[in-house]
Ligand binder design. Structure first.
Ligand code: SAM
Ligand code: SF4
Length: 324
């Protein structure tokens, strides 16, 4: 379906849990987020029910996120059930990778269409500093497990944050050595991300050019998102950039978000949306759910205004609670 600004919205990011087994400094406070009773989190049945309604409205692509989605039991089951829904063409997941080695086989069998692995450094000590956990080796195990499934696209997402020791250029080595795309995600001023500066795409490109030679813009699209890519000589994968602030892409936005507590959010920076869980638990009909979703999408803001005060509808939650 189209939003009020003529954009086709067909991509839903679903947070399946707001808890996480890491505490990345730009995403989660050291003590984690306030524990929500599990009855407040949408059950898999409720998620599946809602995805059917979204699919009926023309949604085709689903991303499972969190918190850390693999912390929730049997996510592969959810993947399998969503894949069975008429109209859904793609189900992908974004994960920190800690539990990926244990779950990759089940995810592959369930038909997962792509894995995004979040990894901000290749240095164990820096990892510990950023993620506040000593789990680098587990993440690399997950990376290697995912690599074994050549037919399932694997992307590594790195958020440059200007922290001492984070060598973001080194991350590109993964795309040189392996058939994976490495993407640099610009830090967004959401939640704890507000405290960090973002490193410019241009400075990273310049550093990569010095190391590897000129990057050639790659015109084809790789996935559902707003990334733009470069090919570097001798690399197996591409290098991508998702720069929400310096290269704003709101005019081509195709997505909305469903939080783990069932709130449908129309834009990352705003709290504007609808409590679908409430409707579901009041036994709303399919037509009512449909109408609520349509109405939320029609009210989707034209774009973010990161860097400006937006008043009463500013999102106050942390990224892990929203589902980044
Ligand atoms: N735990 C999973 C993971 O890390 O992939 C899924 C949830 S996490 C919130 C999703 C993505 O959001 C991660 O790649 C993370 O790096 C990114 N992220 C979190 N806070 C961010 C911020 N302030 N700006 C940009 N990206 C952010
Ligand atoms: Fe957890 Fe992902 Fe947030 Fe890191 S970025 S704290 S892994 S939810």
């Amino acid at each position: 379906m189209n939003d009020g600004h003529g954009r086709t919205i067909d991509y839903l990011r679903i947070s399946v849990i707001d808890r996480c087994n890491l505490r990345c400094v730009y995403c989660m406070p050291e003590d984690g987020v306030d524990a929500v009773d599990h009855t407040e989190i949408l059950s898999y049945e409720e998620i599946i029910h809602l995805v059917r309604v979204f699919a009926g409205l023309g949604f085709r692509k689903i991303k499972l996120t969190g918190g850390e989605p693999l912390v929730r039991k049997n996510v592969a089951h959810l993947v399998k059930e969503i894949k069975r829904i008429d109209g859904i063409e793609q189900v992908t997941i974004t994960t920190n990778g800690i539990l990926l080695a244990d779950t990759m086989k089940a995810l592959a069998e369930a038909g997962i269409d792509g894995i995004n692995l979040s990894l901000d450094t290749l240095n164990t000590e820096v990892f510990q500093k950023i993620a506040r956990r000593d789990s680098f080796d587990k993440v690399m195990e997950g990376f290697k497990a995912a690599l074994k499934y050549r037919e399932i696209p694997l992307k590594v997402n790195c958020v440059p944050m200007g922290i001492e020791g984070q060598n973001v250029l080194e991350m590109a080595e993964l795309a040189r050595k392996y058939p994976v795309h490495v993407r640099y995600i610009e830090m967004m001023p959401i939640g704890l991300g507000k405290q960090f500066e973002f490193c410019s795409e241009e400075s990273i490109l310049e550093g990569l050019k010095e190391r590897y030679g000129e990057g050639i813009p790659y015109e084809e699209s790789l996935g559902n998102g707003p990334g733009h890519y470069y090919s570097f000589p001798g690399f197996q994968g591409k290098i991508g950039f998702i720069s929400a602030i310096s290269h704003k892409f709101c005019e081509s936005c195709n997505r909305v978000r469903l939080t783990s507590q069932g709130y449908l959010k129309s834009c990352l920076q705003y709290d504007i949306g609808t409590d679908l869980k409430k409707l579901l638990r009041e036994n709303a009909s399919e037509a009512d759910l449909r109408e609520a979703i349509e109405e939320t999408i029609l009210r989707k803001p034209i774009g973010h205004q990161f860097g400006s005060q937006i008043g009463s509808h500013a999102e106050e939650h942390m990224m892990a609670q929203i589902g980044g």
